[in-house]
Design a protein. Sequence first.
Lengths: 154, 154, 429, 429
Amino acid sequence: MSDDLYQEIILDHYKNPRGVHSLDHALAESHQVNPTCGDEVTVWVGEGDNGSLDVAYVGQGCSISQASASVMSELVAGKDAATVSKLEDAFMELMQSKGNLQPDEDVLEDAIAFAGVSKYPARIKCALISWMALKDARIKAGLTDHASDIDEEN
Amino acid sequence: MSDDLYQEIILDHYKNPRGVHSLDHALAESHQVNPTCGDEVTVWVGEGDNGSLDVAYVGQGCSISQASASVMSELVAGKDAATVSKLEDAFMELMQSKGNLQPDEDVLEDAIAFAGVSKYPARIKCALISWMALKDARIKAGLTDHASDIDEEN
Amino acid sequence: MALNVDEIRSDFPILKRDVRGVPLVYLDSGATSQKPSVVLDAERAFYETSNAAVHRGAHALAEEATDAYESAREVIAGFVGASSDEIVFTKNATEAINLVAYAFSNATDKHRQGIEVDPRFVLRPGDNIVVTEMEHHANLIPWQEVCAKTGATLKWFGITADGRLDMESNPIDQNTKIVSVVHQSNILGTINPIEDIMRMAHSAGALGFVDMCQSVPHMPVDVHATGADFAAWSGHKMLGPTGIGLLWGKSELLNAMPPFLSGGSMIEMVNMDHSTYAPAPQRFEAGVPMVAQAVALATAVGYLEQIGMDNVAEHEHELTEYLLNRLQELPGVHIIGPPNAIDRGSAVSFVVDGMHPHDVGHIMDSRGVAVRVGHHCAWPTCRRFDVPATTRITPYLYNSRADMDAAVEAIVAAQEFFGVLPESEKVGL
Amino acid sequence: MALNVDEIRSDFPILKRDVRGVPLVYLDSGATSQKPSVVLDAERAFYETSNAAVHRGAHALAEEATDAYESAREVIAGFVGASSDEIVFTKNATEAINLVAYAFSNATDKHRQGIEVDPRFVLRPGDNIVVTEMEHHANLIPWQEVCAKTGATLKWFGITADGRLDMESNPIDQNTKIVSVVHQSNILGTINPIEDIMRMAHSAGALGFVDMCQSVPHMPVDVHATGADFAAWSGHKMLGPTGIGLLWGKSELLNAMPPFLSGGSMIEMVNMDHSTYAPAPQRFEAGVPMVAQAVALATAVGYLEQIGMDNVAEHEHELTEYLLNRLQELPGVHIIGPPNAIDRGSAVSFVVDGMHPHDVGHIMDSRGVAVRVGHHCAWPTCRRFDVPATTRITPYLYNSRADMDAAVEAIVAAQEFFGVLPESEKVGL
Ligand SMILES: Cc1ncc(COP(=O)(O)O)c(C=O)c1O
Ligand SMILES: Cc1ncc(COP(=O)(O)O)c(C=O)c1O
């Protein structure tokens, strides 16, 4: 039952979320809302060591939205803007795949658990909301990568 | 073809309309428009001899509307308010009959030619417009009959 | 009289289908109802025999279409005790509410430009509009917008802990111009004392509006008896097609209002620089209307009348009582709204400890049970109860006790799956 | 490619019926078109398999319904070269035009209350709005109303004696805020040089709106290529159901406009005293929309695309040319509108000496020929040509030359019946 949606990884991140806090040295934040269900997430980004990103979030909402925020924060923390931008694209592509994509575990790690979400149009936004907040905050903070981000900013 | 609608009497009144003029001693006038087709009629009423009504009209529109105005003006001229009020009711009843009423020629005279109009919902308004103007002008002029008009004025 | 649910169900083709590999248990009629075959037949028959533009043509089809459309108006008016010139067809209830809200902002604008309008619709800073904290967004945002445009103030009745209107919080005063209240809350299920509220509105010299979206489909309603001046509801929630809603208004008021949508069929005389308007209801029906939808809705009304609205209400009352009892037996499940079936309709919202309403709904759906999750377009009501959202069950005449049982079992299954069922309850359900 | 009219006709059940005891010849498609069976099938199938409230539910049916609704938007957008976020579903074209007209009055109101709005929509006395003398009331009265509410002035292009826009009378100036013009006149048949007019609007810094009610159903249209900022048309005139219309608008502009109808589904965040709005097109689709109608309209679009809009236009052009020639051979018959088929659609209005248009239409109807009589919601255009009304023939893809002949014969019969046929012509037709 709903096994394709609620992977163990998702339930685990939902019950034991990582990265939930705010960021003292944040350069920008982004607050996103899913108006159909009221899910909310705020993501902060700052600069870490060697051009890497620091990421934190708080949120409330369904297991998918909260687990996704947790997985996202774990996955992108410490990576540079170019890598994060590629991860964002890879996750977006997975969400739009309608269940027809075999995600690359080497790239997306725990985030591959969300593959099943792409079969449920009403839940895709839940999984994406933290990623949208991340991208928005990153762009506001100027933590962008010319090659991968420039197109989408216009 | 369309014999039930276009009676000889109607075509005759359409081509040779009676009562088309304005009234010097009018007490009131009423201008009515049929917004769906643009037919217009203005009816004037005044007081004639012995409490009778003087009626005149000008108008433009289809054969039904113009013939009806002509028949109306001929029928009511010289009659008193009580009689006119009854004629108005009788004509209205005929128009609402959907073709199921045998009109009384002794009462309605030439106006019985409009019996067929009641089968064509879109044309009923054409036949009624001058009668509505008559009633409206009559009420404005105070040429009413207590017993037959009072209910409808409230 | 008890409804024969099996027989009723057989009239609704969609109820025979499977979803996610299991039979559908449709419990989202508060969002929109399903349609019996007779309604679909009527809509199709209209297109296949009499389709034409209404009120505009003189040919045979146009006459038939006009007759079908106006007869539908009569049937629908009769259903709520109104006369047909009090009924305006709109695309949904939302448009109907906006229509009256815009009467205020349009009259205010015209008044400001020196055009004569009925003073009851003119708003000035200091004036207020009263709603409640349990309004659907459709009966909240249009009034917020009117206030934003005119400088009037929005005020509202609060809600008690058990989901009733807090009559102590009554904000109606001499500056109130209109009071607009939901008849039955779509999220809490509460049936409000609208007769009292309409009386209070009128005593203060204000007009009264009732959002009947969740009452007209579910119980006998006589609009005049409520004491309201206006009411709105939608066709799609009462077995009718999508794309049609209703405004009822007292004739005298409708005719005192400036037009809303303007264009063809709502006019009397048109010049390039000035036009005059037809009387209501035509004044408010600009353009080619939803003719086939009106015809189909009249058939839906006939279907409901044949079953009897008293019987529909009684049936739903029984289901609601049964469902409330079963839910209250479930550990970790909390009803948001009145906990008993007194002055209460069949919309039942709840939350489950340790689970988000979205997840509850999703797992119910995986068992074929279609319920709605979210704020149900009543976000301020969710805030009032400090929940992000609820899961909502809304049965209708085609639902049975077995459907209520299926819902309850699905909730327990969701709790089990998420591991939030209190230890003591894991066995024996 | 010539259309196979016989085959097409067999798709339209209503065209098989008799009226007044004779076979129907339907020539009133300018008012509303008839519907092929595939469209009716699609509407019914939606209700029987996937009906649910869209954008609001997470259960299987709600997902299917949302998918059907949004896919329909994509198909319809594609039909006119637009992208789906530029397409707003309304109940008819009239609502679509009002939606944009209200953007002006609402923005003006909010601006007056100190709320930030896009200055392109704020009107001040001295500003003007430009239309033409050949507008349908739907594209005239909403702008009259905006002027009445804001103090702006309405100006218009006149019409030449042969039914063309009088470009000399161009009233566009630096104070013009929007120019709204009909693409093809529904009464005269004239196709206007909208690309030129949109350019003139933009040079003056004004926005441009095109009423495409009579163009999109009849010819290939690429909305972007017209240079317009907005366009409106209706579904019921292009083989679709009643109760659905379309607004196309450039995304940037739609998102700069304040909302029109407000309520559920058009919001982002809602509090009792303040709400924020979703981006377009959702911002303009408050309440449960016409889902089944959108699905059916997408099927109608598919049907038209399969036949090919080029072919539809060519077919209508041929019929129009033939009809204009035949009518011009009739003594006592005068065409109101361009007398030849150049830059002209298939709407053909005429008057008959000695007869009122209403009587002409009535006698045509008694022979089964359904045409429209009246001012066709273009009363000022009638005044311009000093006629109280016209009789109008509007063929579509399912009409043949035989239908044109039937119309012509019916006109002659009407003349004979009223005894207005000039002596010399009484024999031999
Ligand atoms: C040119 C034109 N504009 C606007 C309209 C109004 O369309 P609707 O009645 O579908 O709103 C029509 C059709 O009646 C039309 O022909
Ligand atoms: C109480 C209430 N008011 C208003 C509405 C809006 O109705 P519609 O979406 O048909 O416009 C609804 C339904 O969604 C409702 O339940």
